[in-house]
Ligand binder design. Structure first.
Ligand code: GTP
Length: 599
């Protein structure tokens, strides 16, 4: 298709504001998928996946739209991931577009995520079309929300399109706006190939499938490709687009969006943000701007509950890594937990996804240590090291300076919660930046806050303190020096490295006591008394003990009721899965996570 008739766009929205529903309406209106087939089709898609053994992710769908001016346009809708952990992926998807529909729920208004994505879209120079959705609802306040769009976002309220994705209101207006307001792609058709990878995944049959936007030149089936950042090359086995089914074609031309089957065996050879070119141009061509290798922000130790499962855990991580360039892992040994892996994740959600997949898809019982961030430690000799496992923190005397990652956060909230949010943020060592009234009763609060505090219970507390009304967005800010100390935990006088924590000095004493108190309730009674101590350096700051089990306890609590006894035993067996023998004491998974409930 010639450039003038191509439009590449995405939809940005806060969760639940109607992104998927609107996408469905556009596909339906353009006949890409019929209303009747809507449901059947998505089922078919799954069947197709099963048949061919391929994973289909419709990251980009091509639509053909005949506009009111009589011209026929190729519209490419590029999907963007919805969670803050994946901001980099979002930024690359946006870089593949010239325009964005900004969907705002008319019963809610602008939220933190809306703004965060909007900033990314503005940075990517996209033209933005505001869509006020869900106007069919009785509680819709389109005028108020339009005004909000004008005040907060700075787009004229006259540009807003009123829509109901549910009822199909405004669909044609939206398509017309895309054709008229989103500029066509500008690229050099006769230059050597440059294409941006905005997503990729591993497919067992076709190798790595890369989703690309051709910036210059064209991509032909059967040719050879080279990746600029990865330095890898492969044959182009297949090119095509989604309609929404896979349609394979001979080539993708300048400005177009589609997929390439590369034959690469690992997504790290073809990462998001990398530039695809042809081998002959590799030496001379300028890579597309904005490539960043994935950076882990949150770390945790993952250990098999049964140490015999170590090889299986390694294999599972290897397999997951094929499809996830952002997953980092390396072998780690713990005195307490044995052989395992230190893993790095983009954020807490990414970490949960990986743990869940290891357990569900690979059937592994995993013991995870509490999440940690990466500290930059300057030693007294001047050497700077990165520490992402608290037990690796050098001794106090060897440390000149510790720096920790701070995040820039923004919170949208009704103004009645300002006080409670300030309390929360202050208790988490947040630094005040700004407070803006968006409307009479809604504010935008901005802070810098240590990531280590953000990953511990912050979001849950924010939600519960504001009855769910506040929304949160965060981004990496900078490394800042902090007065931090390492706290060691001794169970039965043996230091348990996997329980070590890095705490702020001012609160270490209080938190140490709370932590030890919590551990006392989590570590099951043994036949002997088990002391639990928290120590900073050689100084013990807190001590509790788990009382010894009385011999008759078992008999008494079962009380002869055999079914109850069986239930208890079964429960115990289940519980056993997540226990680790440390010295002569069994420590359950919950103990390693106890830090998350410190508050
Ligand atoms: P995530 O996938 O969670 O990010 O949500 P989303 O933004 O894709 O929202 P989705 O399209 O899933 O819509 C969220 C809910 O709002 C669903 O229950 C929809 O049925 C509903 N919804 C979407 N658009 C409209 C609308 O125009 N009117 C009404 N009444 N409901 C709508």
């Amino acid at each position: 298709t010639d450039l003038a008739h191509i439009r590449n766009f995405c939809i940005i929205a806060h969760i639940d504001h109607g992104k998927s529903t609107l996408a469905d309406r556009l596909l339906e209106y353009t006949g890409t998928i019929s209303k009747r087939d809507m449901q059947a089709q998505s089922l078919d898609q799954m069947e197709l996946e099963r048949e061919k053994g391929i994973t289909i992710k419709s990251q980009a769908v091509r639509m053909v739209y005949t506009a009111l001016d009589g011209e026929v346009y190729e519209l490419n809708l590029i999907d963007t991931p919805g969670h803050v952990d994946f901001t980099y992926e979002v930024s690359r998807s946006l870089a593949a577009c010239e325009g964005a529909l900004l969907v705002v729920d008319s019963t809610q208004g602008v939220e933190a995520q809306t703004l965060a994505n909007l900033y990314l879209a503005v940075e990517a120079d996209l033209s933005i079309i505001p869509v006020i959705n869900k106007i069919d609802l009785p509680s819709a306040e389109p005028e108020r929300v339009k005004q909000e769009v004008e005040d907060i976002i700075g787009l004229s309220k006259d540009e807003c399109i009123l829509a109901s994705a549910k009822e199909g209101i405004g669909t044609q207006d939206i398509l017309e706006a895309i054709v008229k307001q989103v500029p066509p792609p500008s690229g050099k058709t006769d230059s050597p190939l440059r294409a941006l990878v905005f997503d990729s995944h591993y497919d067992a049959y076709k190798g790595v499938i890369a989703y690309v936007r051709v910036v210059d030149g064209e991509l032909n089936e059967g040719e050879r490709l080279s990746m600029i950042a990865a330095g890898s090359s492969a044959d182009i086995l297949e090119v095509g687009y989604f309609h929404p089914r896979l349609v394979s074609i001979k080539k993708l031309t300048t400005g177009e969006v589609g997929y390439i089957a590369t034959g690469f065996k690992n997504v790290k050879d073809c990462q998001v943000g990398d530039t695809v070119t042809v081998p002959s141009a590799l030496e001379t061509i300028e890579p597309l701007a904005g490539y960043q290798p994935a950076k882990s922000m949150v770390f945790a130790g993952l250990y098999p509950v049964d140490s015999n499962d170590y090889p299986e855990l390694r294999e599972a991580l290897d397999r997951l890594k094929l499809n996830d360039a952002a997953l980092f892992y390396e072998p780690e040994t713990s005195n307490a937990l044995g052989f395992g892996f230190r893993c790095g994740f983009l954020g807490m959600l990414h970490m949960e996804i990986i743990q869940e997949r290891l357990e569900r898809e690979y059937n592994l019982d995993i013991l995870a240590t509490a999440p940690s961030v990466e500290y930059h430690v300057t030693k007294t000799g001047g050497e700077v090291i990165e520490v992402n496992n608290p037990s690796d923190m050098p001794n106090f005397g060897e440390i000149e300076l510790i720096e920790e990652p701070y995040m820039d956060i923004s919170i949208f909230t009704p103004s009645r919660y300002i006080g409670t949010i300030m309390d929360l943020v202050t208790s988490k060592r947040g630094l005040y930046k700004d407070l803006k009234y968006i409307e009479a009763e809604r504010v935008l609060m901005s802070y810098e806050i240590p990531l280590a505090e953000l990953i511990i219970d912050f979001y849950d507390q924010l939600k519960s303190r504001t009855q769910g009304y506040a929304s949160l967005d965060y981004n990496f800010g900078s490394y800042r020096s902090s007065d931090l100390v390492k706290m060691d935990i001794l169970v039965n006088t043996v230091p348990v490295d996997a329980l070590s924590l890095i705490l702020h000095r001012e609160r270490a004493y209080y938190q140490g006591r709370a932590f030890v108190e919590k551990l006392r309730t989590l570590i099951p009674r043994q036949l002997f008394e088990v002391p639990i101590q928290a120590a900073i350096g050689s100084r013990v700051i807190a001590r509790e003990s788990v009382k010894a089990m009385r011999k008759d306890v078992l008999a008494k609590c079962y009380g002869g009721d055999i079914s109850r006894k069986r239930k208890l035993l079964e429960k115990q067996k289940e519980g056993k899965k997540r226990m680790k023998m440390v010295g002569s004491v069994e420590i359950p998974q919950e103990a390693f996570m106890a830090v998350l409930s410190l508050g």
